[in-house]
Structures are given as structure tokens and as C-alpha cells.
Design a protein around this ligand. Structure first.
Ligand code: GLN
Length: 446
């Protein structure tokens, strides 16, 4: 009730929720009270959670912030949602995002942009901007989010939160509306690393319904939070401190790394030589996969259908033309072009080869160091409209986060100070399945 009251009172300003599920929240909270009274309290018993509106929720509209799915009510829960419900979580509602998770500013939502609680004239980041703003404004203690190219870490950075993208395959993608299937991964958005560990304990699972989910034993991510960072080898890639990085942001990130050194960690400069190719490779691969995934929205099976179609072609064309926003259409066109017969080798197949090189950079780095550290984003939150007319400027916002997705590695952002009164984040990248280590290292900083 406390959170529902705050949402009611404050979310008119932030616009972080698309749907608030009052009745479900109160019913689940009552159920949690009973379980507590009976001494049968699972880990998240009674903990209110907001779900990104990309996760299917049984009987509750799941829009992906698109007109295309404005009327879509799924008949089932995503695995992440059912895992958390089994562990006693209480669903407060569904939070705002960039349309189909495409964007870095939450300006592409059909339901309007989300305001950054630290400065309401600025973006909260994207695509999980609603998850970030809701947690930052205390409209939920934790939220689910997804990260295809940075969408958990960058909004966490811009809103002063902890955001973790797990190793690809650690969390089930079943029931999570697909953007780029080889890159998409769900994770927690919270205030602290400890909260993120508690949420990941529930979100992570092996799920036979997702063929890319990996059957790896589950661990307790809270178990090693208190381990010392003495002797930890931290690699700092020189490519992450290049020209495009705002000087004060660089200073906060460098100070944070020094703090680890003071705690006994060893700092080593490293090189990830293909860093500069990650944005171009991603912006071929992600649109290619999106053009295939979004072909299912055809006005026939579910979602938006245009009025009075003349024939089948008209139904397809107008349903898609009217249902998708500008950025989504741009991606579908770029992707369809990159996959077309004459260009496949020149673009898609080449981008896949570059992806291999980017992954190899990290494999080599993790032969020498335990964790890679650098900035999450180039600067603190920018103002609405600042990059609105320039898609390439917006794509460059992902420069430090995208390589992690291309390589399938886990990455985490934690707050490391303020620039002009707005938060900036330190990014930690770890080897495959090193989530426990990343959370431990993050926890030691906080
Ligand atoms: N900003 C990137 C994009 O627009 C990443 C989005 C994401 O991680 N979902 O594609």
C-alpha cells in the first residue's frame, strides 16, 4: 500500500509505470502475510517489484511500450515473473521502456517519455528507463529489466542505481518479448548490490522452454558479498577512456578504481583493441535479429490491427505501418537490408566475424585479470531532445556497454559519484558466470 500510494502521488511527474496492478499487488501482499504468519516465507516474500513491460504477465496487459501491443493481454507469465512470484514477490505493475527496448533515452515509448528523478528535464536512460526511474524515485524497491546492448546498465548509471546484466543464458528469456535474441538478457535493477544478488537468486534458473538457457548449477549470489577484494586483479581498458568520455565522468570513474586499489586490488591497464567496432557490429546484428523477430506482429494473431483492411497485403502494411513507431521501423528496415541476399555477406556475415573478434578481446583479457572496470556511459543524463534527431548520436550512447552483449558476458553498473548533481556509473565486466564475483566486488565499494 505504501508503494501504491507513492505511485499514485508521484508518478504523474515521472511516468515510470504503464500499468499499476493495485488489486494484484494487494492480493499478493495478503498472501505473503499469510505465508509469513505460517513461517513459510520464501526469499522475496512480500517484496514489492515492478516488472518491465517486456515480460509477459498472465492476464495483465504487456505492451512493450508499443501501440502494436497496446491491447495485448498474455495468457501466461514469463519465467522470470513466475520465478519471482513463486518466491513471494508482489507485483506493483508494469514499467515504461523504449518501444520494443530500442533506444537509450526512453523517448521512443508509445506512452510518453520517463523523467529522470534526479533532474526531470533529463532522460532516465533506456531502454529500461521506467525500471530505473521507479526504483530511483522509491516507487518500487526493485525492478526487473532487460539488456540487449546496455539497457540495464546505462539507465542504472543515469539514475544512480545498481543494474546487472547476467551472462547470456543465465536467466530464461521465455515470455520476454524478443528484440535481438542472441543478445537479450534479463537482470535486476536495484539500489544496492545486495538487493541485486537477492533478486538474481530468484530470476536465474535453468528453463527448458528457452533453448539458449544454460543448465548451470544455481548459486546463492549473496553468499560471497563480504569477500575481500585484496589481490583482485582489475583490468582498465585504455579504449574506454578515449575522446568521447566526459572529463568529470572519467575523474569519478578513475577515483572509484583508485578506491579499489586502496582496498588491496591490483590495477592493470589493458587493451580491448576491437572496442571501436562494437557499435557498428551491434547496429547490424541487433536490427537484423529484430527484423526477423518483429515479423510476427502482422495484425493477424495478436496486437494492433488496422481499420477496414482492403485485402491481406493492406492488412499487413497498415497494421505494421500504424502500429510501430519511427525507431522500430528504422531498425526493421536496416535489419531487412542487412539480411537481404545481395548484402548478407557484406554486412551480417561480416558483423558476426567482428563479433568473434570482440569476444576474443575479452577472452584474452580474462587470462590476465579478474574484472574489467571502466565507465558505463559517456556522461551523466542528457536533456530531452538532445539526441532525438540524430540516431547515430543516440547509438554512440552504448559505446561502453554493447561489447559485453556481443560477447555474452555479465556486466554491472554501480553509482560512483555525481557530475553536475547527476549520478554517473562505474561499470564492472566479468568472465562468463562470474555474477557472484561482480556482485561481491560491487558490494565492497558500497
Ligand atoms: N540502446 C541500445 C539499442 O537501442 C540497447 C537497447 C537495449 O539494451 N535493449 O538497441
Amino acid at each position: 500500500q505504501h508503494y501504491l500510494d507513492r505511485i499514485q502521488r508521484l508518478d504523474g511527474t515521472y511516468n515510470s509505470y504503464i500499468s499499476v496492478t493495485n488489486d494484484i499487488a494487494l492480493a499478493q501482499a495478503a498472501e505473503a502475510d499469510k505465508r509469513l504468519a505460517a513461517g513459510d516465507a520464501p526469499a522475496l516474500c512480500g517484496v514489492p517489484i515492478a516488472h518491465k513491460d517486456i515480460f509477459c504477465t498472465n492476464g495483465v496487459r504487456t505492451s512493450c511500450a508499443s501501440k502494436m501491443l497496446d491491447n495485448f493481454v498474455p495468457p501466461y507469465d514469463a519465467t522470470v515473473v513466475s520465478n519471482m512470484q513463486t518466491d513471494g514477490a508482489v507485483m506493483l505493475g508494469k514499467v515504461n521502456m523504449d518501444e520494443f527496448a530500442m533506444g537509450s533515452s526512453n523517448e521512443t515509448s508509445f506512452y510518453g517519455s520517463v523523467k529522470n528523478p534526479w533532474a526531470t528535464d533529463c532522460v532516465p536512460g533506456g531502454s529500461s528507463g521506467g525500471s530505473a526511474a521507479a526504483v530511483a524515485a522509491h516507487l518500487a524497491p526493485g525492478a526487473t529489466a532487460t539488456d540487449t546492448g546496455g539497457s540495464i546498465r546505462q539507465p542504472a548509471s543515469l539514475c544512480g542505481l545498481t543494474g546487472l546484466k547476467p551472462t547470456y543464458g543465465r536467466v530464461s528469456r521465455w515470455g520476454m518479448i524478443a528484440f535481438a535474441s542472441s543478445l537479450d538478457q534479463a537482470g535486476p535493477m536495484t539500489r544496492t548490490a545486495e538487493d541485486a544478488a537477492i533478486m538474481l537468486n530468484s530470476m536465474a534458473s535453468f528453463d527448458a522452454k528457452d533453448s539458449t538457457c544454460i543448465d548451470q548449477p544455481l548459486e546463492d549470489y549473496t553468499a560471497t558479498l563480504n569477500d575481500s577484494v585484496q589481490g583482485l586483479k582489475i583490468g582498465v581498458p585504455k579504449e574506454y577512456f578515449s575522446e568521447g568520455l566526459n572529463a568529470e565522468t572519467a575523474a569519478r570513474v578513475e577515483a572509484a578504481i583508485k578506491q579499489y586499489e586502496a582496498m588491496g586490488a591490483e590495477i592493470k591497464e589493458i587493451s580491448l583493441p576491437h572496442t571501436g567496432l562494437s557499435v557498428p557490429a551491434y547496429y547490424v546484428i541487433a536490427p537484423a535479429e529484430c527484423s526477423a523477430n518483429l515479423s510476427r506482429f502482422d495484425g493477424v494473431r495478436y496486437g494492433y490491427r488496422c481499420e477496414d483492411p482492403k485485402d491481406l497485403a493492406d492488412l499487413y502494411k497498415r497494421s505494421r505501418g500504424e502500429g510501430f513507431g519511427e525507431e522500430v521501423k528504422r531498425r526493421i528496415m536496416v535489419g531487412a537490408y542487412a539480411l537481404s541476399a545481395g548484402y548478407y555477406d557484406a554486412y551480417y556475415s561480416k558483423a558476426q566475424k567482428v563479433r568473434r573478434l570482440i569476444k576474443q578481446d575479452f577472452v584474452d583479457a580474462f587470462n590476465e585479470v579478474d574484472v574489467v572496470m571502466g565507465p558505463t556511459a559517456t556522461a551523466p543524463a542528457f536533456q530531452f531532445g538532445a539526441k532525438g534527431d540524430d540516431p547515430v548520436a543516440m547509438y554512440l550512447e552504448d559505446i561502453y556497454t554493447i561489447a559485453t552483449n556481443l560477447a555474452g558476458l555479465p556486466g554491472l553498473s554501480i553509482p560512483c559519484g555525481l557530475v553536475d548533481g547527476k549520478p554517473v556509473g562505474l561499470q564492472l565486466i566479468g568472465n562468463y558466470f562470474s555474477e557472484a564475483k561482480l556482485l561481491n566486488v560491487a558490494y565492497q565499494f558500497q
